[in-house]
Design a protein around this ligand. Structure first.
Ligand code: SAM
Ligand code: DTB
Ligand code: SF4
Length: 348
């Protein structure tokens, strides 16, 4: 196999078979990374990584039973629940994130699905964050068509809603909503004209075949998600998945590489789990095609690497923060790594 093989470079394939995806996972590590990196270079600037910052706008007391999640009301994780934040508080956090170099602000809420009153407040947050010149993203649970339209009209660029795992393993992880419910929400987001951010979690005790099943489900969606977060399970005491067998870092990197090959034009996000990863694993993940991260000391409720660490990592690897898609004024923002590389300005 080589990088000129149309199976690897075709942007628009949506007919991947299980055997083909399994065959990619089965490649010798070097062959897989070589192919994935070749695909990555064809579609993206190889040393640019998109930078998003997360904000938990409503924390804890979620009625759902997702076995990985510290925010479910069903598990005692010691998390303090918080009501929906005030619009001004969220906008202040977005402004701070922009000053630190994030180009996208992602607002997450521990809802099964938002109620109309909550959605109105969230739409105001979206309008004001957008007015700062940032890309906007939200993850609020299931959406109906009306919700999706309101969010789009408020200026929401991306909606994050993950498939989480394979259809086959899904029932072991969540019982309070179905795989089809998730696909329906993704369809509402698409129909409203927003960009889709959709991926999953690995390290939840799934079999290798379930990683194949997850990526197959994502790659065979009608349109590939523009953003594909690959999360490594953050193990939180009190959740049912606490104590799961830890993932081999090379299996994480393999999953990134296969994602890059299957969805060549999507941003692949090296998402939750970076606090537990070595710099070397992250460097391999970037080589394998990851080109987006969450930047900032918190994910939603758990830790993420601190800013200095990430600036240093970008500098060591010669990685620049990707400018926002359609915002010129972001060129005036500092970017992670900007100050660290022997005086080089990463935006030049
Ligand atoms: N409540 C909404 C929902 O689930 O649709 C949105 C917020 S929820 C926290 C967003 C995503 O975060 C989940 O779908 C899951 O993929 C990810 N996530 C939650 N807890 C995690 C953990 N402990 N480790 C890794 N990813 C996690
Ligand atoms: C995604 O795929 N990962 C992010 C974001 N989308 C919302 C969330 C990760 C959450 C990790 C656990 C926590 O901090 O609560
Ligand atoms: Fe609730 Fe989302 Fe956590 Fe599931 S992942 S328990 S829906 S906050």
């Amino acid at each position: 196999m080589n990088a000129d093989n149309p199976n690897f470079s075709a942007a628009g394939r949506h007919d991947w078979t299980r055997d083909e995806v399994q065959a990619l996972f089965d490649l010798p590590f070097n062959d897989l990374l070589f192919e994935a990196h070749g695909v990555h270079r064809k579609h993206f600037a190889p040393n640019q990584v998109q930078v998003s910052t997360l904000c938990s706008i409503k924390t804890g007391a979620c009625p759902e039973d997702c076995a990985y999640c510290p925010q479910s009301v069903r598990y005692d994780t010691g998390l303090e629940k918080e009501d929906l934040l005030a619009v001004e508080e969220v906008v202040a956090q977005a402004r701070a994130a922009k000053e630190r170099g994030a180009t996208r602000f992602c607002m997450g809420a521990a809802y099964r699905s938002p109620k109309q009153k909550q959605l109105q407040v969230i739409c105001e947050m979206v309008r004001e964050v957008k007015a700062l010149g940032m890309e906007t993203c939200a993850t609020l649970g299931m959406l109906n068509a009306d919700h999706a339209t309101q969010l789009r009209d408020a200026g929401l660029d991306y909606y994050n809603h993950n498939l989480d795992t394979s259809p086959e393993y899904y029932g072991e992880i969540i019982t309070t909503r179905t795989y089809q419910d998730r696909l329906d929400t993704l369809e509402q987001v698409r129909n409203a004209g927003m960009k889709v951010c959709c991926g999953g979690i690995i390290g939840m005790g799934e079999a290798a075949a379930d990683r194949v099943g997850l990526l197959l489900a994502l790659a065979n969606l009608r349109v590939h998600p523009e953003s594909v977060p690959i999360n490594q399970l953050v193990q939180v005491p009190g959740t049912p998945l606490f104590g799961s067998e830890t993932l081999d870092p090379l299996d994480f990197v393999r999953t990134i590489a296969v994602t890059r090959i299957l969805m060549p034009q999507s941003h692949v996000r090296l998402s939750a789990g970076r606090s537990e990863m070595s710099d070397e694993t992250q460097a391999l993940a970037f080589f394998a095609g990851a080109n987006s991260i969450f930047y900032g000391e918190r994910l939603l409720t758990t830790d993420n690497p601190d800013l200095d660490h990430d600036q240093h990592l970008f500098a060591k690897l010669g990685i620049d923060a990707e400018p926002a898609a359609d915002s010129e004024d972001l060129a005036d923002s500092p970017t992670p790594g900007a100050t660290d590389r022997a005086g080089a300005d990463v935006r030049s």
